[in-house]
Design a binder for this molecule. Structure first.
Ligand code: NAD
Ligand SMILES: O=C(O)C(=O)C[C@@H](O)[C@H](O)[C@H](O)COP(=O)(O)O
Ligand code: ZN
Length: 368
């Protein structure tokens, strides 16, 4: 089946290509002036990175591999420093480029390295997880974690292009597919109700690698992200009461706090799934969201295998983490909530009581 090209249309434009076996598209995305290419990839992608480097060498580039740890452990200043050292030793100039190959951890880290090396070199993302394809590789948010929290250091840096090879999902462990579905469902709630209908019709088909439905969900979620990012790249706010890019942070305020509390052993999607159930309840309690739409969150998320409750860290610890969320302003906590499907708004400074009541909704009802 032929590839689909989606496009960011804004001050900057670039292509997001969705299809199968797309390596031959990479040289065109890299452009004419590029000489050296660093392929930043996790250990798990080592074989595919080697094949990609050979393809790049054959196309006339000088390809270098930079292997980083798997998963979230790659998103540290120490690993970024290692990448900068390799680029320096290999003589990377401003006309050279970075390619990331892997999940959202690799694209976040590699995007950050590209954004900061010589104050910014070109990057092309080749995501290999569902979550990377529908979210992390698109939109130019890059970052690493610090001890104090998630993605606290980073930069906005557009990629020159994104290649989503759906065939790579064939080797993705089930729990990673499930995690990616959280960001897909998020896009449904904040902007595209058809996503919700497709998942509700048959969660199993929606998640089957190679299904038409999966491909449609990937393309729809990417389109949601491109539309939001085109209007508000640096998250400074949207038009006419729309939260702009902050809408993409739906469920992330509590979600990121859970990830940190669990030392990043929770998958990102699992944590934001709980975060979405929490903000749906917060919106309901605040009188913003109807009961049916609020309940639809847990129904849909559990139907694809995501958690909807959490019995880990105490509320006080999570609240402290949430204060460092990027949507906070001074002492004011801000949450993206819904006033209906595809109607995101920002709720500022909800009372501690309301927050605790909403949190009670994600505490398991029966003790383990
Ligand atoms: N920048 C953004 O806009 C944005 C958006 C969403 C999420 N994120 C970030 O993305 C990260 C999560 O990304 P993720 O869910 O892709 O996880 P991940 O990058 O941690 O990858 C999960 C695991 O799957 C392995 N893997 C990757 N592709 C594989 C494949 N095809 N087959 C087998 N194994 C494979 C990885 O090596 C890793 O061990 C989080 O840090 C999150 O904060 C960023
Ligand atoms: O692209 C965005 O903007 C998002 O918020 C997408 C999120 O899914 C993603 O997890 C992002 O990395 C969160 O950003 P942060 O600014 O809260 O760190
Ligand atoms: Zn996310």
């Amino acid at each position: 089946m032929s590839a689909t090209t989606l496009r960011l249309q804004g001050d900057t434009s670039y292509d997001v290509v969705v299809g199968h076996h797309l390596t031959d598209r990479l040289p065109a995305l890299l452009g004419d002036g590029v000489v050296r290419v660093a392929v930043i990839h996790p250990t798990a992608m080592a074989d595919r990175a080697r094949a990609l480097r050979h393809a790049l060498d054959a196309a006339g580039f000088a390809a270098h591999g930079i292997e980083v740890p798997d998963g979230e452990t790659a998103k540290t200043a120490r690993v970024a420093e290692f990448c900068w050292s390799v680029l320096g030793q290999a003589g990377f100039t401003r006309s050279d480029a970075v390619v990331t190959l892997g999940g959202g951890s690799a694209t976040d880290l590699g995007g950050f390295v590209a954004a900061t090396w010589l104050r910014g070199v070109e990057v092309v993302h080749v995501p290999t997880t569902l979550l990377g394809m529908v979210d992390a590789a698109v939109g130019g948010k890059t970052g690493i974690n610090t001890d104090e929290g998630k993605n606290l250091v980073g930069s906005f840096h557009h990629p020159a292009g994104v290649l989503c090879d759906l065939s790579t999902l064939e080797t993705l462990p089930r729990n990673e597919l499930v995690s990616g579905m959280a960001e897909v469902v998020k896009c449904g709630f904040i902007a595209d109700p058809e996503i919700l209908s497709i998942v509700e019709r048959s969660p199993a088909t929606a998640m089957r690698v190679g299904s038409e439905e999966q491909r449609e969900l990937v393309e729809r979620a990417i389109q949601v992200k491109l539309d939001v990012v085109a209007g508000d790249f640096k998250e400074t706010g949207g038009a006419a009461g729309h939260p702009g890019r902050e809408a993409l942070n739906y469920g992330h305020t509590l979600g990121h706090a859970i990830e940190r509390a669990e030392s990043y052993r929770y998958r990102h999607g699992a944590a934001i799934s709980i975060g979405m159930v929490f903000v749906a309840e917060l919106a309901r309690l605040a009188g913003r969201l109807d009961d049916v739409t609020a309940a639809r969150h847990a129904d849909l998320l559990s139907a694809v295998g995501l958690p909807t409750s959490y019995d880990g860290a105490p509320w006080g610890d999570l609240l402290a983490s949430m204060r460092l969320d990027k949507k906070s302003r001074g002492d004011l906590l801000r949450f993206v909530v819904l006033e209906g499907v595809a109607r995101p708004v920002v709720l500022e400074g909800p009372s501690t009581d309301l927050l605790e009541q909403a949190f009670a909704a994600v505490r398991p009802r029966t003790p383990r």
